[in-house]
Design a protein around this ligand. Sequence first.
Ligand SMILES: [Mg+2]
Length: 211
Amino acid sequence: MIVFDMDGVLVEVKESYRESIRATVLHFTGKDVPHDLIQHYKNQGGWNNDWKLSHELCSVYGKEVAYETVVETFNRYFFGVDGTPGLIEREKWIDTTGVLKRLNQRYDFAIFTGRLNAEAQITLRRFAGDLNITAVIGDDNVTQSKPHPEGLLKLMEQHQVVYYLGDTVDDAKASKAAHVPFIAITAPGGNFAAFSPAHFLTSINELETVL
Ligand SMILES: [Mg+2]
């Protein structure tokens, strides 16, 4: 079985999740967070949860906002309100070459994501209807979020996991803790050297070059 992280690996989220962070922080602080700063936090690890990161950035820019208020506002931008389309609709499926369909004939697939399961399913219904995905483990399906390896360990109870593919340090940490070989999808500034990934790729479209 190959296990995939979702955001930044299967789905380009710069215009959806990342833009929702930007819009939320702008909403409360009037400050425009550069995407590079958001990437910097993601690269550091520990900022897998976009609600928490939005909350933190509001604070960094000098506004203390109640966490639930941040979550509510973020969700309005992300899912849309009153018929206004949310930024979720700007997500893009990264596989443009049919690579997943081909590999799915040789490997079982699963997803271990920091998204809530229902949010992952929305995107999979939209883009991955032709794939056979054995299991989806969301943040609400584990008691401990990434970088804890619980999601991978759960999958390993029933399957032989050959690789975990992720794009953040938290993914690499989870993989290492579960003793699963890691394939790093490298974002600018990402530093995975300490985790000795089995392979470095810039996109899953290159996955067949290493499998
Ligand atoms: Mg990711």
